[in-house]
Design a protein around this ligand. Structure first.
Ligand SMILES: [Fe+2]
Length: 138
């Protein structure tokens, strides 16, 4: 059995969906959005919910993976009055600015409290740098 599961997010509600440009300029901020249940909603109850999303970046052809961020979702209707009676529910979706200097792959790992670890990926290409030349005319 795989420890980290993956599938088509259009058919499997646990797979994190990463949305951002496929091509970005080196060193320029762009927005990344990661969500669970984009196509099929995942439950968000005291008994069954997404606890966190962790995002990583692996530069193309490199050995090491970089941790981008840890996003926790801590409210799922818990309350002194009982399960699902609380006034607050965090939705498993996050958006954040990011910049990269190399092409690579973003990995989003999401944890469901009863269905374990799920992974979604997205490749990002660093746009080719346009050479700037100073032309001097005499
Ligand atoms: Fe689940």
């Amino acid at each position: 059995m795989e420890r980290v599961q993956t599938a088509d997010w259009k058919e499997e509600k646990h797979v994190p969906v990463i949305e951002c440009s496929s091509e970005v300029k080196a060193g320029e901020l762009f927005e990344v959005k990661v969500s669970i249940g984009k196509e099929i909603a995942h439950p968000n109850t005291t008994e069954h919910h997404i606890r966190w999303i962790n995002v990583f970046f692996q530069p193309e052809g490199e050995k090491f993976t970089y941790h981008v961020g840890n996003f926790e979702f801590s409210a799922h209707g818990e309350s002194a009055e009982g399960s699902n009676k609380g006034p607050v529910y965090t939705h498993p979706e996050v958006a954040f600015p990011l910049k990269i200097t190399k092409s690579g792959t973003l990995y989003a790992l999401a944890f469901c409290n009863i269905h374990g670890l799920w992974e979604g990926t997205k490749k990002i290409r660093r746009a080719p740098q346009i050479e700037t030349r100073t032309v001097t005319t005499w």
